[in-house]
Design a protein around this ligand. Structure first.
Ligand code: MSP
Length: 527
């Protein structure tokens, strides 16, 4: 039986145009899902939209639309963007899907039935934008939302509350027994020290001040709090609470053969690492294997915002530089787990240094030499002939092992770095062996052949490892090399490249004129 791997992005708010910050999470998850499929896992990759809440209701009203009309338009834009980015998800869930709504109602009823939820009067600081209540200390003297910095107001309502503290011992036990549950580890300490240790308050889980949400079956003037609604998407996407829950049964386990991974931005790890596991404990359902809280894509002047005129949209970059440029930047140029900068300079310099000079150049040089010196046919492998062959073969194995370790731990930027180091070693190997010198001496034919077959194998290997990220350019490399067996199983087999007829390499990535392109991207950022 195949091992299973479930991976999810957060579900995106339907409240505006998606930026390279949103596409960042989605591209990373897509690349990891593709990697796991390549490794033979049965993968289920979920993404979707978080459509309820007061903000959506008011925005729709401003535009004279019903909330459903308003979100339908944004959902189709979101789906179009994911198709442009070639996001290969297995299911797109909308919180307005009928079965999701029904399941959220059942989940809520279950909580009431089991005494996890009770009704009481609530008064507190509320941020409409984040749909969150905050305590006096959290909003401080200026009454600002600690998450988004917007002003909060006092809101008073009769609400349902979830007894969160009841499950804290079980939650902490789970943290203890699963040291890799929350990553990076600093986020786990933040959860414990900032939220759990000070005492987890009961969570207000219903609203009566608006009605664009999932009505509580037992008390329909209340709608379910958006986070209870949104977090449930992960199991509802697998058919939880439906007649056919076979996908749920198949994928929702965490053990050595089944992984359940949520990738989320650092500002929403709290919901995923505390409330979501507690909801699952209360439902007596298994907990995820890992919550990965990644950092933000920041601009020179901080977060992206329309008012600062520093927003970058994925479409603008893809239209001009191709899909792989953005997929590469997102997975490789920001240390996954930490915040990272997007600037036009970083984007174009990384493109030129890594994709053009390192990867593209190695492919062009190698294919050109095979055409020139070997009549276009990749030579046979005869063993380690030149003094540089053995270290190169070692590097091919070493970087493969490191790549796998990093990908399996979701350290995606480290994983791609391994491959780019291997590609640099390929370029250095050409400089060391000097095939153009070997070609002048007929007695050195064996050495020359050895160099070219080693290079062909290294390029094939690197392209397989980069194929979850560079989905448009790596198939071109296989065509240039004339290689058809791109299976992971035979990744290091010289037989897969020997005797293959190469074609002409057509400049994999065009070199960017950084001055012109930096100005171009900057102009797009201003809108
Ligand atoms: N709807 C909630 C998530 C509910 S999940 C049960 C939400 N939506 S969101 O649209 O605001 O954000 C979705 C994801 O996009 C978050 O993980 C967020 O961190 C990510 N990003 C949006 N802008 C970002 C950057 N600039 N950088 C990196 N990721 C950021 O939160």
């Amino acid at each position: 039986m195949k091992k299973t791997f479930f991976i999810s992005t957060p579900i995106y708010y339907t409240s505006g145009r998606l930026t390279i910050g949103h596409s960042y999470t989605t591209i990373v998850c897509d690349a990891v899902a593709r990697y796991k499929r390549m490794r033979g896992y049965d993968v289920f990759f979920v993404t979707g939209t978080d459509e309820h809440g007061q903000k959506v209701q008011s925005k729709a009203k401003e535009l004279n639309l019903s909330p459903k009309e308003y979100v339908d338009d944004l959902v189709s834009k979101c789906k179009n963007l994911w198709s442009l980015l070639k996001i290969d998800y297995d299911h797109f869930i909308r919180t307005t899907d009928e079965h999701h709504v029904q399941s959220v109602q059942k989940i809520f009823s279950e909580f009431i039935k089991n005494g996890d939820i009770y009704k009481a009067q609530y008064e507190g600081w509320y941020c409409t934008y984040c749909e969150s209540f905050w305590t006096d200390t959290q909003v401080g003297e200026e009454h600002l939302c600690p998450d988004c910095g917007r002003p909060c107001h006092i809101e008073k309502e009769e609400s349902y509350f979830f007894k969160m503290s009841k499950y804290v011992p079980q939650l902490l036990k789970y943290y203890d027994e699963h040291p890799e549950f929350i990553e990076p580890v600093a986020r786990k300490n933040e959860m414990i020290n900032n939220f759990i240790k000070p005492g987890l308050e009961d969570l207000c889980v219903s609203r009566t001040s608006f009605d664009w949400g999932v009505p509580v079956i037992e008390d329909p003037k209340h709608v379910v709090y958006v986070w209870i609604d949104a977090l449930s998407n992960y199991i509802n996407a697998l058919g939880y609470n439906t007649l056919d829950d076979s996908l749920y049964k198949k994928f929702w386990h965490s053990d050595e053969n089944h992984e359940v991974v949520h990738v989320v931005g650092k500002e929403i790890t709290r919901f995923h690492c505390i409330y979501w596991p507690i909801m699952l404990i209360a439902l007596k359902e298994p907990l995820p294997s890992k919550i990965y809280g990644h950092g933000w894509v920041l601009m020179k002047d901080g977060k992206m915002s329309k008012s600062k005129g520093n927003v970058v949209y994925p479409e603008d970059l893809i239209d001009r530089y191709g899909l792989d440029s953005l997929r590469y930047f997102s997975t490789s140029c920001i240390n996954f787990g930490s915040d990272g900068l997007f600037t036009p300079e970083l984007f174009t310099e990384n493109f030129n240094n890594d994709l053009v000079n390192n990867f593209g150049n190695l492919v062009n040089r190698t294919v050109a030499m095979i055409n020139k010196y070997c009549g276009g046919v990749i030579p046979d492998y005869e063993g380690q002939i030149t003094p540089f062959d053995q270290p190169l073969e070692y590097a091919c194995k070493e970087h493969l092992t490191n790549y796998e370790f990093n990908m399996d731990h979701l350290y995606i930027s480290n994983a791609t770095k391994e491959v780019f180091t291997l590609l640099s070693k390929g370029n250095k190997y050409i400089d060391d062996t000097q095939p153009w010198v070997l070609a002048k001496d007929p007695e050195k034919k064996k050495e020359l052949d050895s160099v070219l077959v080693h290079l062909a194998l290294l390029i094939k290997e690197a392209s397989i490892l980069l194929s979850p990220v560079l989905i448009e350019s790596t198939p071109k490399v296989f065509t240039y090399l004339g290689v058809s067996d791109t299976s992971y199983k035979h990744i290091l087999d010289f037989d897969t490249v020997s005797n293959k007829t190469v074609t002409k390499a057509e400049g994999l990535f065009p070199r960017l004129d950084t001055k012109i392109e930096n100005e171009y991207i900057a102009s797009k950022m201003k809108g």
